[in-house]
Ligand binder design. Structure first.
Ligand SMILES: Cc1cc2nc3c(=O)[nH]c(=O)nc-3n(C[C@H](O)[C@H](O)[C@H](O)COP(=O)(O)OP(=O)(O)OC[C@H]3O[C@@H](n4cnc5c(N)ncnc54)[C@H](O)[C@@H]3O)c2cc1C
Length: 367
């Protein structure tokens, strides 16, 4: 019997497993993927997320993968007007590590903390008794079906969470998906900070990442997905031209294919019930336009690990601890959820632009 089984071993699952294992719990961490492997996601990590990596003792390990330190605040231009995103004055950079190396580092840290890790392991069912989830059924690389029992099963299995669907976790505060996008990796672009341009209902981003490459990103309204997909490279270049950055991108060379998709609805899910909990995108997903997902996954992993620890050790009834986890998550993310929805229109009303500007001024004044 495990204390916790965590399904999904990326930004949300590996830190949850690592923190529970560090508290002395017996943890099984599984993922159907093998590592290192990529996901369809860009990977800018805000300073808050970098601060968590530092607290967990993992910052040097992520930096050692070769992703450059970036200025804490992204450079934002909305309709030609320069903004600076708020960044807490804590003397740390922001980072943009490839998910291949970030997720690998997080998974290894969970293993080093004592979690048992099984990769290439696909969870096929959730086991229940009369009142609660009690374990999982799944298949490892060898094709053998196994069951494993635990006091709690954590779904860190992403936006389309199998665990959430199987336990019937309800969505709430849903916002219709508003954007679609493509990105790729270029060498030879002179770029040393995260840059965001929003103009004429289109967004263009540049993120310096590992191996001297720059992640070149385009976000369009979802209604224009067919047009965008019909000529990805041409449309990306036209978007960068429109914001005055086309020459810089053309000076570089595309080194990988284009990755992208239509971005789905944003939502919260009820993140707990008898014997189960959700963390990361499984419990809370929003449009990636402000690059919050990884930081949110880290924050919620820490909060959930603390709540589960309190429940498992009897410091607090499990249900009460998990209800507090949901409440804190929702309170802390409510303002940025609204701001994200406004930016995902790709035409944010000036009041939301003002909110970003005011927050940046407050952060600067606090320095
Ligand atoms: C286009 C795009 C761009 C983005 N850009 C950014 C950005 O710049 N910055 C940022 O912070 N966030 C960004 N995000 C959001 C970010 O990708 C997510 O918030 C983050 O990946 C969530 O991590 P997670 O661990 O919750 O889920 P995921 O990364 O989705 O990992 C879930 C894991 O669960 C595993 N799994 C699923 N089902 C099963 C099963 N049945 N059995 C076993 N394993 C299973 C999967 O294999 C996967 O490895 C972006 C998202 C998209 C789509």
């Amino acid at each position: 019997l495990y204390d916790a089984i965590v399904v999904g071993a990326r930004c949300a699952g590996s830190p949850t497993a690592m923190l529970l294992a560090r508290k002395g719990h017996r943890v099984l961490l599984v993922d159907r993927a093998t590592f290192p492997s990529d996901v369809v996601s860009t990977h800018f990590i805000t300073v808050d997320g970098v601060a968590r990596l530092a607290q967990w003792g993992l910052l040097d390990r992520v930096r050692a993968t070769g992703c450059p330190d970036l200025p804490p605040a992204a450079r934002f231009l909305v309709r030609g007007e320069a903004l600076s995103t708020p960044a807490p004055p804590i003397g740390l950079p922001s980072l943009c590590p490839r998910r291949t190396v970030l997720d690998q580092a997080l998974m290894e840290a969970a293993r080093e903390a004592g979690a048992e890790v099984r990769l290439g392991f696909s969870v096929r069912d959730v086991l229940k008794d009369d009142t609660a989830v009690v374990g999982i059924e799944g298949q490892g690389k060898d094709g053998v079906e196994v069951t494993e029992m635990a006091r709690i099963v954590v779904g860190a299995d992403g936006r389309e969470s199998f665990i959430a669907r199987t336990v019937g976790a309800e969505k709430y505060n849903v916002r219709k998906g508003a954007t679609c996008g493509y990105y790729s990796y270029f060498s030879g672009i002179d770029c040393h900070a995260a840059e965001v341009y929003i103009q004429d209902s289109k967004a263009a981003f540049l993120f310096p990442t590992n191996d001297g490459r720059t992640c070149v990103v385009n976000e369009w309204p979802i209604a224009e997905f067919k047009t965008l997909r019909a000529d990805i490279e041409g449309n990306v270049m036209r978007t960068f031209d429109a914001v005055g950055q086309g020459q810089r991108v053309r000076a570089g060379k595309r080194e990988e294919r284009w990755y992208g998709k239509q971005l789905g609805d944003s939502f919260y899910r009820k993140p707990f019930g008898p014997g189960w909990a959700l963390v990361g995108d499984a419990g809370f997903y929003k449009d990636p336009i402000l690059g919050q997902g990884i930081n949110d996954a880290f924050r919620d992993a820490e909060a959930l690990a603390n709540a589960i620890d309190a429940g498992l050790t009897g410091q607090r009834p499990m249900e009460e601890a998990l209800a507090a986890y949901e409440k804190t998550r929702n309170n802390e993310t409510a303002p940025i959820y609204e701001i994200t929805a406004a930016f995902a229109t790709l035409d944010p009303p000036p009041v939301f632009v003002d909110m970003i500007r005011m927050a940046a001024q407050q952060a600067a004044a606090a320095r």
